[in-house]
Design a protein around this ligand. Structure first.
Ligand SMILES: [Zn+2]
Length: 234
């Protein structure tokens, strides 16, 4: 699973003192998308006595030589060593690849997942979890609806029921892990959508990993069945 940012400690002159600050540094260059190529070149800081500092950092990619500009906030008396990433330029627009089985079942899933992925790459971390949940719900419903020729009224029932009820329909034809993982995608995504967080030790990376693992087992089941149907002993 891709990490979008990695924590790196850099030393800055803040308020006349050298301070080691932990930054979320973009893992990939937004321009060329090479990994681990961003190197800190220079920074400018605006300090508000003792309590707040805005730090603007310019990284240079050692592959494509293009700059990336990131803005951080550092707070706390005498500045804490941690920082909060506010924004990154240029914007990320990278899409995530999925098995063709998945894109054939639900093109809408691919569209919404990648909108959430772009939001995450651009540090809209409070929004992307909701986007991943919507994408996953639409995928599960599109998959269940694609399996049989349901009547219009029954298809409407599936479209309108709770996602947990649709996940319960995954019983017979998919790998048993699919259903168990799908439930957990929704549990974690609900924490991103509602006020309370019941799984504070899990994050967006876990949600993406669970979605990928769910789709992996589903693809294995579908592709295996296609091969079993297609290849006969001669
Ligand atoms: Zn680059």
């Amino acid at each position: 699973m891709d990490k979008i940012y990695k924590v790196k400690q850099e030393v800055f002159n803040l308020g006349g003192q050298l301070k080691g600050i932990y930054l979320d540094v973009p893992q990939k260059c937004p321009k060329c998308e090479y990994n681990d190529t961003l190197q800190l070149k220079t920074h400018v800081s605006w300090e508000f006595p003792q309590y707040l500092c805005q730090l603007s950092v310019i990284f240079k990619c050692c592959h494509c030589k293009m700059p990336t500009y990131a803005i951080y906030l550092i707070s706390g008396p005498k500045f804490s060593p941690s920082s909060h990433l506010i924004d990154v330029f240029p914007r990320y627009k990278r899409a995530s690849d999925f098995d063709s089985i998945i894109s054939e079942i639900s093109p809408r899933f691919i569209e919404i997942y990648n909108q959430a992925y772009v939001a995450e790459q651009n540090n809209l971390t409070e929004l992307c979890g909701m986007g991943y949940r919507k994408a996953f719900e639409i995928f599960i419903k599109d998959y269940v609806l694609s399996k049989e020729n349901y009547s219009d009224s029954y298809a409407a029932t599936i479209r309108n029921e709770q996602i947990s009820a649709t996940i319960d329909r995954l019983n017979s034809d998919a790998h048993p892990l699919t259903k168990e993982l799908a439930k957990r995608v929704i549990w974690l995504c609900n924490d991103q959508t509602h006020y309370s967080n019941y799984h504070p030790d899990k994050n967006i990376t876990d949600i993406k990993q669970l979605i990928n693992d769910t789709l992996y087992w589903l693809c294995v089941s579908i592709r295996s069945q296609q091969y079993i149907n297609d290849i006969k002993h001669k």
